[in-house]
Design a protein around this ligand. Structure first.
Ligand code: V47
Length: 361
């Protein structure tokens, strides 16, 4: 068995468990966030990443499409949402959505605000139209928060909504809208949004219907380490039950105009969160380094801290950029490949469901 040196001797018992494949507890999860031994933490997470994906790092040629920024909610962290009739508010027609699907794309990631009055049929029509015009493009669409909104707005059972969307061509669901599974934070920042149990219930249902999904955590604002660990363990529990999650994506809060804190979490905090996620989510196949929110440099280092996926080329991201993200709006395939190679890893182009398209060895 591999020996590792730790500056923080408190990590040694955790390392014993990690290398024997024993699950970490809540208290041990807290230690991961509280330790100052970033390198020790990274080595453990990198060990786990390598036992699963070797030197491979996945990416997808994709396009984010944000169909509207109209939203009935006013979440305290969000710079994207607008009210109807106010400057900057927009909604895309199905034709406009179709116009954004470029040739060569494997996955479209379609999400938007909680629109005040689009009927459910409009969402079905959008998915159907993309699927019919671009049958080879996989559609990852609508967060559990959007599904919850549609369900409450139109008094439709979630199961019916997901079944209809799947029939229309939906292949998976993104992980957004989870924010932090904490009643305290929810009350302060997003009181109108689907609570933890509802978010988890919707993903449970999706998995039971054969719709795989992702999960996220919005960190770097007013949440505590305890709340981050609690969030991760709630996801781990659901994954034990369903095995339906494909990837976990830690989302670094972008300060923008909402300014819940003075500045964005440090690169150190980003790397800690990626590493702790890899170590705690022992049943999640993939952890993403989301370059849009942490920047290319930190994302590249995160590939040695437990992340094995770079998400994708994105095209024209709007949510983080409405909040002032400094990353480019999209990356070319060649740039992602170069970034992964520069980190000493092997780029693997995948589709939305992690089928390998090409390995760039
Ligand atoms: O749901 C909103 C978050 C999410 C801010 O599933 C913010 O593959 C940071 O979920 N700062 C959208 N985050 C992004 C998302 C995502 C991204 C990439 C891949 C996948 C996937 C999912 O962004 C929202 C919300 O949680 N968000 N405002 C902000 N100021």
């Amino acid at each position: 068995m591999k020996e590792l040196d730790f500056r923080d001797g408190g990590l040694l018992p955790l390392w014993e468990k990690v290398r024997s494949g024993v699950r970490l507890t809540f208290e041990e999860g807290l230690l991961l966030f509280e330790t100052e031994d970033l390198i020790g933490l990274g080595k453990m997470a990198n060990y786990v990443k390598r036992t699963r994906s070797g030197e491979r790092v996945y990416f997808v040629v994709n396009r984010h499409i944000n169909y509207t920024n109209l939203c009935v909610l006013s979440c305290g962290f969000c710079d994207f949402a607008r009210k109807k009739g106010l400057p900057g508010a927009y909604e895309l027609s199905t034709e406009e959505v179709l116009g954004l699907v470029e040739p060569g794309i494997r996955e479209v990631h379609i999400v938007g605000g909680h629109h005040p009055d689009w009927p459910f049929e409009r969402y079905v029509e959008m998915v159907k139209a993309v699927h019919q015009r671009f049958p080879h493009v996989q559609i990852k669409a609508f967060t559990a928060a959007e599904i919850d909104h549609i369900s409450r707005r139109w008094k439709l059972p979630v199961e019916e909504i997901l079944t209809r969307l799947k029939e229309a061509g939906l292949s998976s669901m993104p992980g957004g809208g989870a924010e932090v599974f904490s009643d305290r934070v929810r009350r302060l920042l997003f009181p109108g949004k689907a609570p933890a149990e509802r978010w988890l219930h919707i993903h449970r249902l999706a998995h039971s219907l054969g719709i795989p999904s992702n999960a996220t955590l919005l960190y770097g604002h007013i949440e505590t380490y305890r709340e981050r660990v609690q969030h991760l363990l709630m996801l781990r529990e659901l994954q034990d039950e369903t095995s339906g999650f494909l990837a976990f994506i830690p989302l670094a809060y972008q300060v923008g105009e909402t300014k819940l804190v003075q500045r964005q979490a440090s690169a150190l905090e980003d790397l800690k969160t990626v590493a702790a996620s890899r170590l705690l989510l022992d049943n999640f196949p993939h952890i993403k380094a989301y370059w849009v929110m942490v920047g290319e440099a930190t994302a590249s280092i995160a590939l040695n801290f437990g992340a094995d996926d770079m998400d994708g080329t994105i095209g024209q991201e709007r949510i983080a950029h409405a909040a002032g993200a400094e990353s480019p709006a999209g990356l070319a395939r060649e740039r992602i490949i170069r970034l992964i190679k520069d980190a000493g890893k092997v780029p693997v182009e995948r589709d939305a469901l992690y089928h390998v398209i090409r390995t760039y060895s």
